[in-house]
Each structure stands twice: as C-alpha cells, then as structure tokens.
Design a protein around this ligand. Structure first.
Ligand code: 13P
Ligand code: SF4
Length: 332
C-alpha cells in the first residue's frame, strides 16, 4: 500500500524518535524534505554543523560531495543518502583531470612548488585529496574570497577547480587576473587559473533576464549565486552563497522587489511577495530535486532493519588527504 505524504511524515517522525540519526538538508531540496530536516544550511554550514553533531547516522539530503564531506571530516559517522545523487559540476573533474590541469601549468613554466590548488567544495573526495596532498585547500561559495586572500599570501599561482565562474568572479572582485584552462591565455600571465567546469543550472541566467526584470520593475534588485557567469555577477546588485542570499533578501523591506538567480526551491521559499526567479526557464537542479519523502522514509527503514541503503564509504588514503584540505578551510 502506498503511504500518503502525511503518513510518511508520521512514520519519519517515529523513526527519528527511535533511531540515533540526524537528517540534514541543503536549501535546494524539495519543501517536503526540507521541512523534516534537523539541520539545514549552505555547503559550509552543513559541513560545520554535521561535524559537530554527535548522532551515529547522518542522513544527508543533498548531492554526493556533501555527504562525502561529512564522511571525510568524521569517518566514524555513518553517512547515508536517500538518493545517490551527484552534482553535475563535481563530475566534471576527477583525479586524472586534476593532474592534467597541473601539467598545463607545468608546461607553461610553473613548477608544482609555485602552484597552490584550491577546490570548490563541489568536487569529489579524490579531487579534494589531490588538492590536500599538494598543500591546497577547499573553499565554498561563502568563503572563497577569504580562502583566496589567504592563499595569495603564499605568493603562488592559484589553480582553481572545478568552477570557472566562481574562480573568475572572485578574481574580478579582488582585481586579480584570471584565465580558464584552454582559453588561449598563458597561465603564467594569470593569478588564478580556473578549470573549465560550471553549473548548468546557474548558466541559465542571462543578461536578457536581468534586462527584462529591470525594465518591467524599475528599482528591482538582482541577487545571484556566484556560480553564475561573471557577466551576470558583475551586473547584479548582490552576489552570495545560498545562505548569504537568504539573509540578504530577508532584510529587504517588504515592498522591495527582487529577482533571484539560483535554484527554484530556495527562491520559492523566500518571501510570499515581490520575489521572482530570475529566469523564464525553471532553474531546477535535477539531482537535488530527485530526493523525495518516500526516499527518506526508505533509508530510515533500512537503518532500522540493520542494512542501511546508500551508505557512503571513502578509502583511507583519500579520506586522509581530503580531510586535510577541508580542515585547512575550516581552520580559517
Ligand atoms: P552553497 O554553498 O551556496 O549552498 O551552494 C551549493 C551549490 O551547489 C550551489 O549550486
Ligand atoms: Fe551542483 Fe549546480 Fe546542482 Fe549546485 S545547482 S548541486 S552546483 S549541479
């Protein structure tokens, strides 16, 4: 028999009382999932709050790299995911492609000792481990500027993977020179050399969208995530991580209109009025949106039955170096 939404919510509540489990959800999760979570936040907040949580199980509603980061930081925790969902951007680079990127810099006359790699948290543990082994660290969309500012003090070239947009946006904000591997620029001429990865959801937002809203509602504010194209971020009134966007919009006067360039579940939850999705196409992260209440219920049931579904495992060497890269970030 198929359970109704209300029945699923009741059953989940019962499991939560009985099992030693914390449910974690990113802002891009469907409302039904977001509402039953114990911990919510942007990538950085989720990494910190789950590390400090002492439940035996973390049930992570998000994408693979997020659950993996919890496992890397706290290998004794058991991390399960309702869906083995992966972030499309994170799949754009693996360990071998990271090595090939380092070689591009080497071929341009930049030896390894002059390269400081930084990986956006939206990458898999093997890439974080490579970065950790080379003395680099992780950043998120909320702390990228701070991490890059610190990294630059070492006087090295920064290899930024995988999101070219975040790398270029931070470089623009800081007045630094950036390039994207393969764009014809000599890496030796740039301060930040970006890998050519991107988020297809955030590529949806265009200058036409911004112009449309500014024309339709003079005085409207445009707020976007830094995974958007540099052209979009330069034209926006505010650029920030998911949490930063939420805090910015919460503080606006009720009658201030705002168009937001990020995933639609987050935007629709913000304010009842005067908030628009900055696109005529629905900006949906397909993998984030895959997780349903039923999936959460199924995983809880599997924990209860002693055979947890979709449990995350990271091998020892990868875990060690990826943890170092994540902890360098957290120490800052
Ligand atoms: P935040 O760290 O801002 O939550 O971003 C995560 C993400 O995947 C955005 O697409
Ligand atoms: Fe990855 Fe983009 Fe989805 Fe964020 S919105 S999880 S970057 S695919």
């Amino acid at each position: 028999m198929q359970l109704t939404t209300e029945q699923l919510k009741e059953k989940i509540k019962e499991y939560k009382k009985r099992l030693n489990v914390t449910i974690v959800a990113h802002f891009y999760q469907r409302d039904e999932v977001f509402e039953i979570a114990d911990i919510t936040g942007d990538s950085l907040e989720l990494a910190i709050k789950t590390r400090d949580d002492d439940s035996e199980f973390v049930l992570f509603c998000g994408v693979g790299f997020m659950g993996q980061s919890v496992k890397v930081l706290s290998p004794n925790k058991r991390v399960v995911m309702p869906k083995a969902a992966c972030c499309a951007m994170a799949t754009m680079i693996d360990g071998m492609q990271f090595d090939a990127s380092v070689k591009v810099l080497n071929d341009a006359g930049i030896p390894n000792e002059n390269i400081l790699p930084i990986t956006y948290i939206n990458s898999n543990a093997d890439v974080k481990a490579k970065v950790g082994e080379m003395g680099g660290m992780v950043c998120t969309s909320s702390n990228a500027k701070k991490i890059i500012t610190t990294a630059l003090k070492e006087g090295k070239k920064i290899l930024f993977v995988p999101d070219r947009c975040l790398g270029q946006n931070i470089a623009n904000q800081m007045g630094l020179k950036s390039c994207v591997i393969g764009d014809g620029t000599n890496p030796a001429d740039a301060d930040i050399i970006c890998y050519n990865g991107f988020c297809s959801v955030h590529q949806l937002f265009t200058m036409d969208d911004i112009n449309f809203y500014r024309k339709k509602y003079p005085g409207i504010l445009i707020a976007v995530h830094p995974e958007c194209d540099p052209e979009i971020c330069n034209a926006a009134d505010f650029v920030g991580s998911t949490s930063q966007l939420i805090n910015y919009i919460k503080k606006l006067p009720e009658d201030q209109k705002v168009a937001v360039g990020t995933e639609f579940n987050l935007v629709n939850r913000l304010r009842p009025k005067n908030t628009f999705v900055l696109s005529s196409t629905k900006p949906e992260c397909p993998t984030m949106n895959e997780t349903t209440l039923k999936d959460v219920y199924d995983v809880l049931k599997s924990i209860d039955e002693g055979e947890p579904l979709n449990e995350i495992e990271v091998d020892e060497k990868t875990q060690k170096w990826a943890k170092i890269a994540l902890e360098r970030m957290l120490a800052l």
